[in-house]
Design a protein. Structure first.
Length: 256
């Protein structure tokens, strides 16, 4: 992968670009595909131990994917592990990082009409994860997809369903998540992620686009394991849950 640092158009950012030299984006008549069905933004910082598995799972999908990695100051071997897999590598300074800003920078570089987000800790184990998500965009009202194993408040649900404000009223912290979700590019262009939010930029985005009459589909077939949240221990999990709850209380609003 040849590299050349280029201004990324955002304050404090640096883009490193080059052609992908790793595994093919997806099978096309047994060969390499050069036309991605969609793009994926993966945010990383010091994730050398997990990024390889995450990116391998993306290259194993049944549809070709453009992979854009946004790094916010890794000091380990994350970049070396990621380079063979990604189509573009974007570097931003750690002091400028927010979840929303990293996603927006990656989405700006994406060429797909649908853009996915996948956490560097996660593995899209189902090779049809992206393909099943893309099927929902045949409905012109759909702005995003979310893999959710249960409904608001832990309720069960059968088959894919569109998230409603009744769902949000029942459980404000349930719904779309950027650990493994997707969005329609044209909707994101009008409603980018809020770069000022330190947490829950995904829930706030979902509420905003629903207020604009778009829909988000919840589909249990799209679930990607998020147990990494518990891997750092109880204290770290409690702090994160607290911060997410505070973000919901402080920043988010919805019809009641």
């Amino acid at each position: 992968m040849t590299e050349a640092p280029v201004n990324d158009g955002a304050e404090g950012g640096l883009r490193v670009s080059g052609g992908q030299t790793g595994p093919a984006p997806g099978p096309v008549d047994g060969g390499r595909s050069t036309t991605p069905a969609a793009s994926v933004v993966v945010r990383v910082r010091n994730e050398a131990g997990s990024i390889g598995a995450a990116l391998t799972s993306l290259r194993g999908q049944t549809v070709p994917l453009e992979i854009i990695v946004v790094d916010s100051g890794s000091m380990d071997s994350t970049l070396e592990v990621a380079r063979p897999f990604c189509d573009e590598l974007v570097q931003i300074r750690p002091e400028t990082f927010t979840f929303g800003r990293a996603l927006n920078i990656g989405a700006e570089r994406a060429s797909g009409e649908v853009v996915f987000a996948l956490s560097a800790h996660c593995v899209a184990a189902d090779p049809m994860w992206a393909e099943r998500s893309l099927e929902h965009y045949q409905d012109a009202s759909v702005a995003g997809t979310a893999g959710l194993p249960y409904g608001p408040g832990g309720a069960s649900f059968d088959g894919p369903r569109k998230i409603t404000f009744d769902d949000v009223r029942r459980d404000p912290r349930w719904g779309y998540s950027n650990h493994a979700g997707s969005w329609r590019r044209t909707v994101w262009e009008e409603h980018p992620f809020d770069e000022k939010m330190t947490y829950c930029e995904d829930k706030q985005w979902m509420w905003r686009i629903m207020l604009a009459s778009w829909t988000v589909v919840a589909d249990a077939r799209l679930v990607v394991d998020s147990s990494h949240r518990r891997a750092a221990g109880f204290k770290a999990l409690w702090v994160r849950e607290y911060n997410e709850g505070a973000a919901v209380a402080e920043h988010l609003d919805y019809p009641v």
